[in-house]
Design a protein around this ligand. Structure first.
Ligand code: ZN
Length: 88
């Protein structure tokens, strides 16, 4: 069975490989974990423009809730990169 994770935006469960993995390092920096192999704590988000957009709005309004500290600048920059990657 494929491992599943919940998207931080829409909360839907999805196959790990169908989600973007965002690893968070010890300083709270967000890292795009392309190969999903970094041994860091991580959050997952759908490869979907709507979810990326919703998360971006949450971060900008300081409404993103997570048990982990995530540094805002690196998080926003990463979401921008993912938005480009996911395309239109
Ligand atoms: Zn989602």
């Amino acid at each position: 069975m494929n491992p599943t994770r919940s998207c931080v935006a829409c909360r839907k469960k999805n196959n790990k490989k169908d989600l973007y993995r965002i690893a968070i390092d010890k300083d709270g920096k967000a890292i795009y974990d392309v190969n999903q192999k970094l041994s860091l704590r991580a959050i997952y988000i759908c490869k979907d423009k709507t979810c990326l957009n919703n998360i971006k709005k949450c971060i900008e309004k300081n409404k993103f809730k997570s048990k982990m500290y995530i540094e805002t600048d690196s998080f926003l920059k990463l979401i921008d990169e993912l938005e480009i990657e996911v395309g239109e």
